[in-house]
Design a protein around this ligand. Structure first.
Ligand SMILES: O=C(O)CCC(=O)C(=O)O
Length: 190
């Protein structure tokens, strides 16, 4: 569709977005694979979130504020690791963490910055559009005007690194249908 003006928001430095990073057939296959895995409710201190997660590789424990070593990334996701590594021109082994998040209807992830030990965050979305918001980390700069909203489509990929990770917070808004986020992370010191 032609529009009279560019509706793509200006994204923070270090943030990029790409539609159709995976095919519909790959999306269907990944949803089937995830269906066979056991995701558990996200625990953050004394608070239990609606969303469910399953982590592989070097996971960050919010309660203990340290890196943990978990199970290796299952082979069914290797093609994604390879594709991301190729896209970023990095060795696949530098992708040290993989998190599957299931967002049931109405669930969100609240404003936060990603955990300190990670350098580049790669998010792949399945099944549902998501309203992904970014706002400056500095409280004085957190105005409505400074908040950026990006529609993240199913099968798309976003990359968050540099200033977009350190100087910006992000969150998602409630969904009408289930969404999965596949989040891959590289470590600062591998
Ligand atoms: O749903 C998403 O893509 C955001 C995931 C996220 O911010 C996180 O897991 O920390």
């Amino acid at each position: 569709m032609n529009t009279l003006f560019d509706i793509t928001p200006t994204l923070p430095t270090g943030f990029s977005y790409k539609d159709n990073f995976i095919t519909e057939a790959e999306e269907i296959h990944l949803v089937q694979v995830i269906g066979g895995l056991e995701l558990t409710s996200m625990q953050f201190h004394e608070y239990t979130a609606k969303r469910k997660v399953l982590s592989f590789g070097r996971g960050w424990s919010f309660t203990e504020q340290q890196l943990k070593t978990g199970n290796p990334i299952p082979a069914e996701f290797s093609f994604l690791v390879e594709r991301i590594a190729q896209h970023l021109s990095i060795p696949p082994e530098t992708i040290a963490q993989f998190l599957i998040t299931e967002y049931p209807v109405g669930s969100v992830i609240n404003w936060h910055r990603d955990a300190p030990p990670f350098e580049t965050i790669i998010g792949i979305s399945l099944l549902s559009d998501c309203s992904f918001k970014l706002r400056p980390q500095e409280k004085e700069k957190q105005t409505r005007k400074a908040t950026i909203t990006l529609t993240v489509k199913p099968r798309s990929m976003y990359i968050m690194t540099g200033a977009s990770k350190t100087d910006w917070q992000h969150c998602t808004t409630p969904l009408n249908t289930i969404r999965y986020a596949l989040t891959f992370r590289t470590l600062k010191y591998f």
